[in-house]
Structure formats: C-alpha cells, structure tokens
Design a binder for this molecule. Structure first.
Ligand SMILES: NC(=O)c1ccc[n+]([C@@H]2O[C@H](COP(=O)([O-])OP(=O)(O)OC[C@H]3O[C@@H](n4cnc5c(N)ncnc54)[C@H](OP(=O)(O)O)[C@@H]3O)[C@@H](O)[C@H]2O)c1
Length: 267
C-alpha cells in the first residue's frame, strides 16, 4: 500500500471539466505532479494556472482528441518525455449520448465506443510497457454504475462502460506480474456538464429528471485520490451503489420491473 502521493506523476484525461478537473484539484492538493489532457486546452491552461498559484504544482497541459487513436499513444509518450515517468494514469474522459437504440445514428455509436472504450485500450497499451519498465504503475479507469446494470436509452453508452469494466477486470490479472495495478471507478449520477448538457429532445417526454439526486464531482475526486493511495480493485461513488449492483446481479427481473415503472416503458 502506498500512502504518500507527493511528487507522484499522474495523467488525467478529461481534466477540462467535471470529475477530471475536480480530481486534478484534489491530487494537486496532495502534492502530485500532474499532466492534464483534453481537447479544450484553454480550460486546461486555466486550471493549470490555478493549481500552480494555489499549490505550487508542477502541471503539464496536453491537447488530445481521444477519438483519434494515434493521438492517444502520443499523449502518453508526451507525458513520459516531460516527467521521465508515469505513476498513475486516470482514464476519466468520457462521452454520453442518450437515445432509443433504434434512433441512434451509427456514427454516434462509434464516437461513444471510440471515446469510452478504444481510447482506454490505446492508452493502456501505450502506458503499460513504460510503467513495467519503471517498475510498476497504477491505472484507474472511470466506468459507470451502468457498467453493472444497463439503463433505458443508454444502451450503447452502457455497452461502452461494460466493455471498459470487462477490459479492466481482465487486464488487471494479466498485468499483475508487471506490478501494474488497476482500479475501476463506478460513479452513479454525478452533477457535471455531462448530464446537465444532455440533449433530452431524443428522449420520451416522460423521461424522469434525476437532477436532485446527483452527487457533486468532488465526491468522486476524493474517492479517486483515496484510490491513488490505496489501489483498491473497485470504487463505487456513492459507496452504497456496490450493494445496488449486487442486487441487480441477483434479482435482474425485479430490477427490470422497477425500471419499467420508473422509465414508464410498460406496454
Ligand atoms: N456525470 C455522471 O453522471 C457520470 C456518471 C458515471 C460515469 N461518469 C463518467 O465519468 C467520466 C467523467 O465524466 P464527467 O461527468 O466529468 O463529464 P464531463 O463534465 O462532460 O467531462 C468530460 C471530459 O471528457 C473530455 N472528453 C470528452 N471527449 C473527449 C475527446 N474526444 N478527447 C479528449 N477529451 C474528451 C472532456 O474534455 P474536452 O471536451 O475538453 O475534450 C471533459 O474534460 C466519464 O468517463 C463519464 O462517462 C459520469
């Protein structure tokens, strides 16, 4: 178990907003050296300036479009060039698009898969050999509670997050001998731009508003910072979701019954 975070080099994807930005603030406070990646570099620069001013942090900003496979490997290499090592890779960036499966265009499905799944595959394949060479590392993949129970109108998003959870479970055993640890983070409904900016025009008018039950992104950031220290296999935020996920696995029909009522999809 590693308790000390000071000077650890951490790459956070999707650091320009939401959970990623909150995680950067949390880890800067703990003394980590940070690499922040996303497309909106002006936001990253602003955050970097804030962290330098507030915590005297060493921060590197890298522009990346994770939809582009070759840019993902380039991001990992750039961080290695800048710091000479990478202790923690946090694959946090993600994309949410919701629509009935039959109405979702194929190219949108591809964008979801590219951002939420393939980008992580490319990042892990780029980072793992370099981490192995330096003696080990820690990869944190931000999945979702829908990695454990699919929800209506999220079929493809849920599929990308199931794929990510499956990838992480498999590879964490595969790469244990290289001293590369993996953590899967399963957030529930979090109060970020992702749900706030959702295009509801493609959802039925009866689609429920979950706004009031959302958890602040700082809660996820604190859980991720704890995970950097303790390297658990899985983190649920809020923590009770772990038991909800068990319940869904044991009683799928009961959960379907509840969801049909909640989402008003009964015949
Ligand atoms: N919010 C929730 O309720 C919730 C629940 C469960 C899981 N999650 C997961 O938590 C993670 C963070 O979500 P969030 O709520 O913080 O979302 P958010 O506020 O929308 O932020 C998403 C981040 O991902 C980055 N990103 C998206 N597409 C990208 C691309 N092609 N290339 C590079 N960066 C890209 C965005 O940066 P740029 O736009 O600047 O590129 C942004 O920094 C995601 O993986 C999400 O699926 C969220």
């Amino acid at each position: 178990m590693h308790e000390e975070l000071t000077s650890r080099v951490v790459l956070i994807t999707g650091a320009s907003a939401g959970i990623g930005a909150a995680t950067a603030r949390e880890l800067a406070r703990a003394g980590c050296r940070l690499a922040l990646a996303a497309r909106r570099t002006e936001r990253l620069e602003e955050l970097a300036q804030e962290l330098r001013a507030r915590h005297n942090s060493e921060v590197f900003v890298h522009a990346v479009d994770l939809q582009e496979a070759d840019q993902v490997g380039g991001m990992v290499e750039a961080v290695f060039r800048r710091f000479g090592r990478l202790d923690v890779l946090i694959n946090n960036a993600g994309l949410l698009r919701m629509a009935p499966l039959l109405a979702m265009p194929l190219d949108e499905m591809e964008q979801l898969m590219n951002t939420n799944f393939w980008a992580v595959v490319h990042a892990v394949r780029a980072a793992a050999p370099l981490m192995a060479r330096q003696g080990g590392g820690h990869i944190i993949n931000v999945a979702s509670v829908v990695s454990r129970r699919g929800l209506p109108y999220m079929a493809v998003y849920a599929a990308t997050k199931w794929a990510l959870a499956g990838l992480t479970e498999s590879v964490r055993v595969e790469l244990a001998a290289e001293n590369i640890r993996f953590t899967t983070v399963y957030p529930g409904a979090i109060d970020t731009d992702m749900p706030r900016n959702l295009d509801r025009s493609r959802l039925p008018a009866s689609y429920p508003n979950h706004g009031r039950s959302r958890v602040p992104p700082e809660r996820v950031a604190q859980a991720i910072a704890r995970a950097v220290r303790r390297q658990p296999l899985e983190v649920y935020v809020p923590a009770w979701l772990r038991y909800a996920a068990w319940g869904c696995a044991i009683f799928p029909a009961l959960m379907d019954h509840y969801l049909r009522r909640h989402y008003k999809t009964r015949a």
